[in-house]
Design a protein around this ligand. Sequence first.
Ligand SMILES: O=C(O)C1=C[C@@H](OP(=O)(O)O)[C@@H](O)[C@H](O)C1
Ligand SMILES: C=C(OP(=O)(O)O)C(=O)O
Length: 445
Amino acid sequence: MANVKFKVQAGGTVKGRVRVPGDKSISHRSIMLGALAEGTTTVTGFLEGADALATLQAFRDMGVQIEGPENGNVTIHGVGLRGLKKPEKPMDMGNSGTSTRLLAGILAGQDFDCTLIGDASLSKRPMKRVTDPLALMGAQLETSEGGTLPMVIKGQGQPLKAIDYTLPMASAQVKSCVLLAGLFADGQTCATEPAPTRDHTERMLNGFGYQVNSEKLDNQRMKACLQGGGKLTACHIDVPSDISSAAFFMAAAAIAKDSDLVIEHVGMNPTRIGVIEILKLMGADITLENPHEVGGEPVADVHIRYAPLKGIEIPEELVALAIDEFPVLFVVAASAEGKTVLTGAEELRVKESDRIQVMADALQAVGIDAQPTSDGMIINGGKQSKQNAVIESHHDHRISMAMTVAGLFASDEIVIDDCANVNTSFPIFVDLMNQVGLQVEVISE
Ligand SMILES: O=C(O)C1=C[C@@H](OP(=O)(O)O)[C@@H](O)[C@H](O)C1
Ligand SMILES: C=C(OP(=O)(O)O)C(=O)O
């Protein structure tokens, strides 16, 4: 496969209106829940990126008839909780942690054997976090030594055991895995998380007529419970634009002088808006316009104008609410005046890359004082002082996109190697960035 590089010219101003593609987390779940529902589910605004397409293909492999995607429209002919068929070959999850971990929960409750595989990056990511609770539920799973893919999931002749599980880390993927397995369990399954994480699974199950009860316990902890053996009823899902994709544009307008940008129809789920809170704490000028609701999720247009930014200590309670936005938030911190400190974010080390180490290396390569710590980073904002920087993305779409934004305050052009991965979450990223004022050239070698 060709190596795709991005060559980003230094400087620029960001202006105009954009609409970024559909939310990745909601797109994955629309296919999963639509397939398990009774009746025909229609989806608009579906993200046609490789990760969500891996989920779609997996359900096709299990006999679900799915039309599309075409211009973001997908129609899923649900087969009900008991209607999935044994796939003929291992199912390839590509680069997608969400596909793998959520599907593991669904597959644990089936009566057939199957295998999940993935690309080089996914094959290094920890799966014990899902195989542990699934084993407690009586599922039979095997991973390779070290708890990584491939994962073999054995068929069950009986329902899973319901559990009351306390997650060791704040992870929406683990919570969702447990709740989805709970659909196939004999009683009430609960997942308690140490801090609130994205709640799309809970909201969407409720939207499919499947009751999930969520309550806030003491401190930060959230508990979500459902009863096994019910049924999902098909519905329509209108996927809002992905705030994680919008974040690259928010960051770009926040750091480039004279910028003035509107990002339309962005999902504003309270468990996803940490990036807006953090940018505002740094001094960003952000207003939310035209707030309304689509399909049970709040959305708004995000209007962002350049304002001088300062370094901050990022409140730990915002970490899980902005977990995918840290690569680009590190770039914002690098352009801000003063010191930014992130702590409590060790989860960043087990994403598509080790996002603490890889971003520290990338920022140092352009001359920024960025010091990785075990659970975060310390960045002293300043001028990018190194020329001819060549950045490695380490198979991670968010590194490719974050370092593209870094071009706005670079002293010289930046070349980013290995950028085909942007297709996993944001296939039209370069087109939209060029449309609002960046100068990014795609080189295919
Ligand atoms: O549930 C989801 O859709 C996701 C949860 C998060 O992962 P973790 O649960 O591993 O934090 C996030 O990083 C990922 O991009 C999407
Ligand atoms: C972490 C991410 O995704 P996943 O875990 O689904 O690979 C991401 O998109 O930043």
